[in-house]
Write a protein that binds this ligand. Structure first.
Ligand code: NAG
Length: 126
């Protein structure tokens, strides 16, 4: 997080109907999202999964993180698309291979959603 230049991302545990969600990284770039829920989101990431440089905030004075009014699960995408692009994201946590943060929740994780043999991902056109 400390080394974030603009906007950095990393996996989050116990979220998105899976044991974890994570940005899918190839050659050091985010190319898609591993998630159990609405993989079509522009940024399929939980709010615990990114950091934004204060410089980026200051240079986008009109950017807002809406408390209300976003579609369910779209709060992060609605915010991030105002200030960055998927191509620009900086993967942290060893190219998003480590879960270093997680949601706390009382809801049960639905393990039936877990893929058996491989990660199902959605590729983003870059
Ligand atoms: C992430 O992947 C890139 C490209 O494969 C590699 O150059 C870099 O060393 C990796 N970073 C870490 C922390 O493993």
């Amino acid at each position: 997080m400390r080394t974030t230049r603009k906007v950095s991302v990393w996996p989050v545990g116990l979220v998105g109907g899976r044991r974890y969600e994570r940005p899918v990284v190839e050659n050091g770039k985010v190319v898609g999202w591993y998630t159990g829920w609405r993989a079509d989101r522009p940024f399929a990431i939980d709010m615990a999964g990114f950091a934004v440089s204060l410089q980026v905030i200051l240079s986008h004075p009109k950017a807002v993180f809406k408390r209300r009014g976003s579609q369910p699960g779209m709060q992060e995408s609605d915010f991030l698309k105002q200030i960055t692009t998927v191509e620009e994201l900086e993967p942290k946590a060893n190219n998003c291979t480590k879960v270093l943060v997680w949601h706390t929740r009382t809801e049960k994780v639905n393990l039936a959603n877990e893929p058996k043999y491989h990660l199902d991902t959605v590729n983003i056109e870059v």
